[in-house]
Design a protein around this ligand. Structure first.
Ligand code: ZN
Length: 228
């Protein structure tokens, strides 16, 4: 059976630099993604550009956060693999567990995805944070972020992206939503003096969203990722 096709436009409709209406340019990625619930969708991430600003392109933060570049399994599937690797499950056990949820994956792929996850997790993101923020300020005169929260059992994965380039600028795992390190970590990315105009994040969480709002500047606008 062919997977259902889902097209995602950028959440930004008008050019953040000049206000011009953006026009369709091309699909920056088009791939089938296996989600943790056992569903598979063919996801197209559509780039739109501003013709007045040197063809600056913008893509969907929602489609970008579903899966890592070059990866056909959702972020949550990778988080589940990481979770069970931490619990000392074997590759075979992890494959069986995922197969129970209609996610077919080879043992070799479990290792590849686990390594990929660890590579993101082990980076020291704070070293380059000022550079990322300065680049955004120079080019767009503002900072826009996409902040995703992925949950599995009590563990939480937080991924922070530059909402213009969709580059990952923060990637952290916390023991629970009440882990004190969560606030401390987010505090490096958000503070009242930064020119953060916009944060796109998850639809609802009684702790996470209020925490983002507490740390971000008062004027920061919040919007939510689109549904799958
Ligand atoms: Zn423009």
């Amino acid at each position: 059976m062919k997977p259902i096709v889902k097209n995602y436009k950028p959440e930004i409709i008008t050019c953040p630099i000049c206000g011009n209406k953006l026009s369709y340019s091309y699909a920056i990625s088009a791939k089938t993604i296996s989600f943790s619930g056992g569903k598979h969708f063919f996801v197209r991430n559509l780039a739109y550009k501003c013709k007045l600003c040197n063809n600056q392109t913008y893509v969907s933060a929602t489609a970008s956060k579903f899966a890592l570049t070059g990866c056909r399994y959702s972020m949550k599937v990778l988080f589940i693999i990481y979770y069970y690797k931490c619990q000392k499950y074997s590759r075979e056990q992890i494959c069986d567990l995922l197969a129970d949820n209609d996610i077919i994956i080879s043992e070799r792929n479990v290792d590849i995805l686990y390594k990929k996850f660890l590579a993101y997790l082990s980076k020291d993101y704070l070293l380059e944070l000022d550079k990322h923020y300065n680049d955004m300020l120079i080019k767009f005169k503002q900072i826009r972020l996409s902040i995703d929260l992925v949950s599995y059992n009590k563990r939480r994965l937080v991924i922070i992206r530059d909402n213009f380039s969709q580059e990952i600028i923060g990637f952290y795992v916390f023991d629970s939503i009440n882990d004190p390190k969560l606030k401390e970590t987010l505090g490096h990315f958000l503070n009242k003096n930064l020119l953060i105009t916009h944060i796109i994040s998850i639809r609802k969480d009684d702790t996470f969203i209020p925490l983002l709002k507490e740390l971000a500047p008062i004027k920061t606008k919040f919007s939510v990722f689109l549904k799958i």
